[in-house]
Design a protein around this ligand. Structure first.
Ligand code: ZN
Length: 410
């Protein structure tokens, strides 16, 4: 399972690729693209090529409710600007827009590759899109030498507009991003008129540490939960009404056609259960496990955690609590998740933020608010959240998979 996870992480540099790869995983387990069936089969539906919902045994849901797992397909990164080409001082660079809360320093001095979606008129003039992935070190953001910034280790402020443009070449003939792309890719589009492209770390994920018990990779938040959710669903009993929902745009608030604050899940539920009243009633019999990584205690910065709530890597999934409803867990859903884990022999940790620090959020409260579904926010502990390279634990992935399978089958 861990090697498949690493491949999934490496092959999913953008939410588009993640969605595509999740669909492939599901299809390998007998799920098919939904065309309106309301039976007990296994199906999936996508939206904007960047979000996916998969389900099974929907026809039984009015009696049993759904067991639901939710996660997000997006991660903080640097997006290429539409008129991205910058030619100055003899260099060719691409200007970028910061997507989500990027931890910016780690993006310097990395080999950066480029991937995403391109759109434009196809052969017959209709607008079409393609996914592209240029899997080679295409550019870099070199640091400023310490000799030119003696204060670099004390204060090193990154100005995203001035300091993050990605260096591609010495000055060159290319005048537009499309010019650059056409040199690198084959496309059936007659013209690349628009694109959503982001840079990513060319280095693949690794099993790291003395006993290879850590996973280091980009996008662990939250492709890890997407992969574990899909693996759990495909391993669950097909007769159990169950849903996996992986949506885009969580890192920027989830408000979009494909985000958790949009209509995707609610309208899919309405279509596959028949009507709004049935769908509402089913939600009261259902439960959502919102899976998104949690902050592990950092041994070099222990004071950043409450001393009784510092999750440790490879010590099990974390239940996330926040009285101000930044997490949707309540005592009933937490107790239910804890009981499922106990039965599956999976240890559980608890996270609540320091009382003097602000708390992040997830798709949990958003989905709970929109659907009224009882929800628990959980996640495996990780370090370096939102860095270009994050760290999590192998054992935690195994624990979480066991817990999610047990939840789906409960
Ligand atoms: Zn996340």
């Amino acid at each position: 399972m861990i090697n498949e996870l690493l491949l999934f992480l490496d092959d999913s540099p953008t939410p588009f690729h993640a969605t595509n790869n999740l669909a492939a995983l599901l299809e390998a387990a007998g799920f098919t693209h939904w065309s309106g069936e309301q039976d007990d089969g296994r199906y999936y539906e996508t939206r904007n090529d960047s979000s996916i919902i998969a389900w099974q045994s929907a026809a039984r849901a009015p009696n049993q409710g759904f067991r639901m797992v939710g996660a997000h397909t997006d991660s903080p990164c640097l997006h290429v600007k539409p008129n991205g080409v910058i030619k100055k001082h003899g260099y060719l660079q691409l200007g970028v827009e910061v997507y989500g809360a990027v931890l910016q320093h780690p993006w310097f001095d990395r080999d950066l590759a480029l991937a995403g979606r391109i759109s434009g008129p196809g052969k017959k003039g209709q607008i079409a899109s393609e996914l592209i992935n240029i899997q080679r070190p295409l550019g870099m953001i070199p640091s400023l030498a310490i000799h030119l910034n003696r204060e670099a280790n004390k204060k090193n402020v990154v100005n995203a507009q001035e300091h993050l443009p990605v260096l591609l070449a010495r000055d060159d003939d290319q005048e537009s991003v499309a010019d650059i792309l056409l040199q690198l890719i084959d496309t059936k589009l007659s013209k690349v008129s628009d694109f959503e492209l982001s840079f990513y770390d060319h280095q693949s994920s690794s099993l790291a540490g003395l006993s290879q018990s850590f996973i280091t990779s980009a996008r662990l938040d939250n492709l890890l939960s997407c992969f574990l959710g899909a693996s759990a669903l495909t391993s669950s009993k097909p007769e159990q009404p169950a849903i996996l929902v992986c949506t885009d745009h969580e890192e920027v608030g989830s408000a979009s056609t494909s985000g958790a604050a949009g209509t995707f899940l609610a309208s899919t539920l309405r279509h596959l259960t028949g009507d709004q009243n049935t769908s509402d009633a089913i939600m009261q019999k259902s439960m959502l496990v919102s899976a998104d990584n949690a902050h592990a205690l950092h041994p070099n910065y222990p004071n950043k955690h409450d001393e009784n709530h510092g999750p440790i890597i490879n010590a099990g999934p974390v239940i996330k609590i926040n009285a101000n409803q930044r997490y949707a867990s309540n005592s009933e859903t937490s107790a239910a998740f804890r009981a499922i884990c106990a039965k599956a022999n999976v240890p559980v940790q608890t996270f609540v933020t320091r009382a003097d620090m602000a708390c992040g959020s997830t798709i949990g409260p958003i989905t709970a608010t929109k659907l009224g579904v009882p929800t628990v926010d959980v996640g495996i502990p990780q370090l370096a959240m939102h860095s270009i390279r994050e760290t999590a634990g192998v054992k935690d992935c195994e624990y979480m998979l066991k817990a999610l399978i047990a939840f789906y089958n409960s």
